[in-house]
Write a protein of this length. Sequence first.
Length: 186
Amino acid sequence: MSDEGLDKLMYSFVVEDVLKGFFIQVPPGYVACVYDLGRGVLKKIYKPGLHLKIPFWQKAMLFNTQTLEYGISKKFNPDKPELLGDQPITATTRDAKKISIEGTILLRLDPEQIPEIWQSIGQNFVEKIVRPTIQSRIRMIAAKYSFDEVATIKRAEFEIATRQELERILYPRGIFVENALLKEVY
């Protein structure tokens, strides 16, 4: 390798690993949370922009604070549980009929509670909290309605009850539920 090639390699190492280690670049729609080796997860969140951190001592993690679409459909790949979504949820109605429910839940993380989410739940909050809660609560609510009510007559009421129940469970954990929308009931 020539001296010029070695110089370029060293320069790229310095720029990539050292200089970028000083900065946290937070894009719009995200916030950053910092883990400090001495103090743990810091309570301060970093809003969009460029911020300083201590390289090798602090690690920054970006969190999406935009509205997230949790899709419940046949297209979901169960081999990738870290993805936001689920396969159709099976439930039993009040009149003892087995149903499958497809839909969309609109969620958003509360930026002020992200340090607590990262500290107490971790990065895979979808697998640990969101997915089991959605499955459980939709099954519970479906049991209160007959098949005809869920499929047609009281569809809007079912959506409202689902949103309210999910909000009751997830909001204290720092997750807003904006809406619960049914697509298919079969």
